[in-house]
Design a protein around this ligand. Structure first.
Ligand SMILES: [Zn+2]
Length: 250
């Protein structure tokens, strides 16, 4: 297959579905870390396996046989809202093909939080049944970015070209995910939201303050006349990062 054919690949919906299921089956068979649709452990090598399967089933092994550059796969424990990201050199347009370097990064936070809420969790407009399927759909979105970057040296999932590629190749009807986010989980499971007054124990003392942000932990601003943070009225605060289950609503 030619590089120029990559961006015009098109599969009928039934074939997309069958290929996606085949990727899932083969991944579960070959990964020593994944043993079902619920992901509790995953390594970067699993993303490489996943990539090879997509390459084989959707791209005729173009990347294995003809892609001249370098591909990296990473897992992020810091991405709490973005499910996937494709990282590329700023000067991509000036690089020789063999210097092309792309990194596909996936959030493990969102995968591991998948089960925490019981509601529809569509990714790219497609309903998912478990975190493995969510991973595949997030990964497919990044594959579209990779193809655009490789073929056109630029990419945007808000543009028509990307959207046509994503629908033709993978049947994605939109971009983005509805996976449970930490703030939503905090509200559903602990009744906590940004702006709530809370108290907690630290270093044998009880502190109280206000939740200013919720990611993996909650950020609590605690009034303290010597604190390094200051609001517009000049009040001073200390900042604490506290796991949600240690917070008491006050
Ligand atoms: Zn995107």
């Amino acid at each position: 297959m030619l590089k120029s054919d990559l961006s015009s690949l098109q599969y009928p919906p039934a074939e997309i579905h069958a290929k996606r299921e085949e990727v899932r089956r083969a991944l579960l068979q070959s990964s020593p870390h994944l043993n079902g649709g619920r992901i509790t452990r995953i390594l970067e090598s699993d993303l490489k396996l996943l990539f090879d399967l997509y390459d084989q089933l959707f791209f005729y092994d173009y990347f294995r046989d003809q892609f001249p550059g370098q591909l990296l796969f990473s897992l992020s424990a810091r991405m709490t809202k973005t499910a996937g990201q494709t990282i590329y050199p700023r000067n991509l347009k000036e690089l020789f093909p063999h210097k092309e370097r792309y990194e596909l990064r996936i959030s493990v936070i969102l995968l591991f939080s998948y089960e925490k809420l019981d509601r529809d969790k569509a990714v790219n407009g497609i309903k998912t049944r478990d975190s493995l399927e969510a991973l595949q759909l997030v990964f497919e979105h990044e594959l579209c970015h990779l193809i655009e970057l490789h073929c056109f040296k630029e990419t945007s999932c808000r543009q028509k070209r990307f959207q046509a590629l994503a629908v033709n190749l993978f049947g994605h009807t939109e971009s983005g995910h509805r996976l449970p986010l930490m703030a939503e989980i905090a509200t559903a499971k602990y009744g906590l939201s940004v702006g709530d007054r809370v108290s907690f124990q630290a270093e044998g003392e009880t502190f109280s303050g206000v939740i200013s942000r919720i990611t993996r932990r909650a950020t609590i601003m605690v009034p303290d006349k010597n604190g390094p943070y200051r609001d517009q009225e000049g009040r001073r605060y200390c900042k604490f990062y506290v796991p949600l289950h240690l917070l008491q609503k006050s």
